[in-house]
Write a protein that binds this ligand. Structure first.
Ligand code: TPP
Ligand code: MG
Length: 310
């Protein structure tokens, strides 16, 4: 069923007074996610901007219960919490609808520090949703590179630009063949909302990754978070898709790009307003580098279109 913006409930997980930066993609995403999950939910977080945004106790900007745990234990904590709830229902100590347990973790926590625990929870098919808000860096500690940082991007630990490509964790999760997984973008909120509703309705392990342009980290104007999210998708730099038990479906506009029905915007349109690529765009070999990035985008689109046929 299609959803309209005006149909979304008023519930808001992110209350006024959040310490997040203006235009923070985690806060924007969490507002949409909250509307889809509703208030009967428990959020598990690892160290990140989303945790720092809570502010100082006794105040908290999140309107649902939050469990703040250490990096490596996201998978074990999400799994343990959901099993503990099941046990309480079995003993009759809880009644009514089971709360949705979800982890809200950055790319550092997902791609690098917590990967084995998340992979293990996926393999056990633990009943919770893992969200990765991917801002392509360890933003909270001063924008160090992560496994999700793309090739050539400048971070504080890659001052000359990252020399290796990012990992493809969504593809890795796809091959865990979990009940449901999806990628999403802030520029397509109804697509994100629908995917979260779907994840909520499915039992077992679910994974949703949201590209999260970070204005201080990527060095662009705070008002452009959503615009850059859109350009990422339209250039083919970020692909929108979902999968049930490994059966992949590309979502528009990515599907139209993969089928050659629309042309991607030049990747320079996506990179040009991001200070982290200023060095690349001034480089004498700029054209060569951009051509290589576009070739990689075409390769991935072809690969995913073929994978969707399986
Ligand atoms: C085991 C461990 N290593 C390092 C840190 C320091 N630390 C706190 S937040 C953070 C960055 C996390 O990056 P990410 O998960 O991408 O979230 P973001 O800050 O980008 O929101 C790091 C490295 C820590 N708290 N614990
Ligand atoms: Mg991050």
């Amino acid at each position: 069923m299609s959803v309209k913006i005006k149909d979304m409930p008023d519930i808001d997980y992110v209350l006024p007074g959040s310490a997040a930066c203006a235009g923070c993609p985690s806060a924007i995403a969490l507002r949409i996610v909250g509307k889809a999950l509703g208030e009967n939910a428990i959020m598990v977080m690892t160290p990140s901007c989303a945790v720092a945004s809570i502010g100082l106790l006794p105040k908290s900007c999140y309107s649902i219960p939050v469990l703040n745990i250490c990096f490596a234990s996201a998978g074990a904590s999400g799994g343990g919490l959901t099993l503990a709830l099941d046990a309480l229902y079995e003993k009759g100590r809880l009644q009514g609808e089971k709360p949705t347990v979800f982890t809200w973790i950055g790319d550092g926590g997902t791609y690098d520090i917590g990967l084995q625990g998340i992979s293990a929870a996926a393999e056990r098919n633990d009943d919770f949703i893992h969200f990765c808000y991917n801002n392509e860096a360890y933003s909270n500690t001063g924008v160090q590179r992560s496994g999700a940082t793309p090739l050539h991007a400048v971070t504080t630990t890659t001052p000359l630009g990252k020399e290796v490509a990012r990992k493809n964790v969504p593809l890795l999760m796809l091959e865990h063949r979990i009940p449901y997984m999806a990628t999403a973008s802030l520029a397509y909120p109804l697509d994100l909302y629908r995917k979260v509703e779907k994840a909520k309705s499915v039992k077992g392990f679910k994974y949703i990754e949201i590209l999260s342009p970070c204005s201080p980290g990527w060095k662009f104007a705070a008002s452009d978070t959503v615009e850059l999210s859109k350009r990422a998708v339209k250039s083919g730099s970020w692909l929108l898709w979902e999968a049930e038990y490994g059966k992949l479906t590309l979502n528009n506009p990515t599907r139209l790009l993969a089928e050659g029905k629309t042309q991607p915007i030049p990747v320079e349109e996506y990179l040009k307003d991001q200070g982290r690529y200023a060095r690349l765009l001034k480089h004498p070999q700029k054209e060569e580098y951009l051509a290589a990035i576009e070739a990689e985008i075409r390769r991935e689109l072809t690969f995913m279109a073929d994978r969707a046929k399986l």
